[in-house]
Ligand binder design. Structure first.
Ligand code: ARG
Length: 470
């Protein structure tokens, strides 16, 4: 080997004798995925164990050889657990790394493991096993956050909060209603991930390089042993498909969208101007310069980390879109994207759950004061007239004019004397005051799914059954 040649390729390499020279060291580094795909080691071992067992059952190797291969693979697993399995760049990727070590441990028998399979179906299998497991880990994280939201909602059924459209005061809400909206969003995320899981859970193993194999393998057996629901029907599709990675990233991107919107609200609520929440010392940080500051770093980071996950989705789509069938090395790029999308989503779900579990306090007096000091009960004045036979559009116009003069005079609707109401329209009576009190404004919205306390109580019951009984 010349001085400029790397360790991969050439004599003694994982590839065939077709190569005389080793790789250029820079190209070796450029080509290798071992630095990150070592994360797939357990899945690679699982896939190989299932493959080795199948080879024995199908008579492609002897039963004893199958047993010895499996013991060798388990020995590699133990070395990894002990920290002594540390493959270098010369291994290129996790698949070669395991095979090499197996050959070192078992001698020529190790060379039988790759019978009837290719790294192309192998890497697809590993990645799906990995992602399936991580999706299963995301579900409890989503539910933890749902539970944290539910628990706050349960405490705040009767706490009022201004509701906004266009970030302008619109109508008051039950705070529980506001929080439960996020529980709904996260439920869609959970169901979406479960749906994606179905398409992650299809086994490509046995597609071999792209065309299948003339050897009498049993794809159903390896798929069943690895817990896959079914196998890919078309070997080309099996090694070419990365839709599942895109679908997952899209589902993760929506989780991040939801977390980001919640974050944005918490950040606004924590500002001096709103003052709707206080963040606990355990979940907020100080400024290095301004001693008075308490910064909402957790929701800001969550909002900021969205870019990563959205970027990975875009990156995957772009990486795949021009690829001819079947495997292309471009696919190696799918791993870091997926790894980071999963880790970011997991971390953000956990941080938000902690923030809601112990890091946030709603300032009930401030909220009550907020809803009592605006014109968000104006619609209810119009509704009051509608209930007394005035056509809605006419009532709407009357109240619009009233709000205008109140704003000019700096007086709230609740503080107008009865004569003023009756000058506007004779249908007004003393009962107008009760009708426009914020608590009554909320209570009145009893349409299905509305913010009326009785409706929100039904929603709380629904979520208590779903979230707190499991
Ligand atoms: N390291 C490769 C990847 O991550 C494994 C598959 C390589 N297959 C190949 N034919 N070069 O995609």
């Amino acid at each position: 080997m010349g001085a400029n040649e790397g360790l991969t390729g050439g004599q003694g390499a994982s590839w065939s004798n077709r190569f005389d020279q080793g790789l250029h060291p820079a190209i070796e580094r450029f080509n290798a995925s071992i630095g990150f795909d070592i994360a797939l080691l357990q899945q690679d071992l699982d896939g190989s164990v299932a493959h080795a067992r199948m080879l024995g059952r199908c008579g492609l190797i002897s039963e004893q050889e199958s047993i010895d291969l499996i013991s060798g693979l388990e020995a590699v697993r133990q070395e990894a657990a002990a920290g002594s399995f540390r493959p270098g760049l010369e291994c290129e990727d996790v698949h070669f790394a395991v095979e090499r070590r197996l050959i070192e441990l078992l001698g020529p028998l190790g060379k039988k493991l790759h019978t009837g399979r290719s790294r192309n179906d192998q890497v697809g299998t590993d990645l799906r096993l990995w992602l399936r497991q991580r999706i299963d880990g995301l579900e409890p994280r989503l539910q933890r956050l749902q539970r944290a939201l539910f628990q706050l909602a349960d405490q705040h059924l009767h706490t009022l909060i201004p509701g906004y459209t266009h970030l302008q005061r619109a109508q008051p809400l039950s705070l529980a209603h506001h929080l439960l909206a996020y529980v709904e969003m996260l439920e869609r995320d959970r169901l979406r991930l479960l749906d994606v899981r179905k398409r992650v859970n299809i086994c490509p193993l046995g597609a071999a390089a792209l065309a299948g194999t003339p050897l009498p393998i049993d794809r159903r057996q390896t798929a069943a042993e690895l817990g896959f629901e079914t196998i890919y029907a078309n070997s080309l599709d099996a090694v070419s498909d990365r839709d599942f990675a895109v679908e997952f990233s899209a589902a993760a991107a929506l989780v991040m969208v939801h977390l980001s919107r919640l974050s944005e609200e918490v950040i606004i609520w924590a500002s001096e101007e709103f003052g709707f929440v206080r963040l606990s010392d355990r979940c907020a940080t100080g400024s290095s310069l301004m001693p008075q500051k308490k910064n909402p770093d957790v929701p800001e980071l969550v909002r900021g980390k969205c870019g990563r996950v959205f970027g990975h989705l875009q990156g995957l789509l772009t990486m795949i879109k021009g690829l001819p069938l079947a495997y292309n090395k471009d696919f190696q790029e799918d791993k870091e994207a997926l790894f980071d999308a999963v880790r970011t989503t997991e971390d953000c779900l956990e941080a938000m759950a902690i923030l809601l579990e112990e890091g946030i306090d709603f300032r009930v007096e401030r909220l009550e004061q907020a809803v009592a000091s605006d014109f968000s009960n104006a619609t209810d004045v119009a509704d009051y007239l509608v209930n007394r036979g005035v056509p809605f559009r006419e009532a709407y116009q009357l109240v619009g004019g009233l709000v205008k003069t109140c704003l000019q005079e700096g007086v709230l609707l609740a503080h107008l004397p009865l004569e003023r109401w009756q000058m506007l329209h004779p249908a007004f009576e003393q009962s107008i005051y009760a009708a426009i009190a914020p608590r009554q404004v909320v209570a009145a919205r009893i349409s299905e799914g509305g913010t009326g306390f009785t409706q929100v109580q039904l929603q709380l019951n629904h979520w208590r059954n779903l979230l707190m009984c499991s």
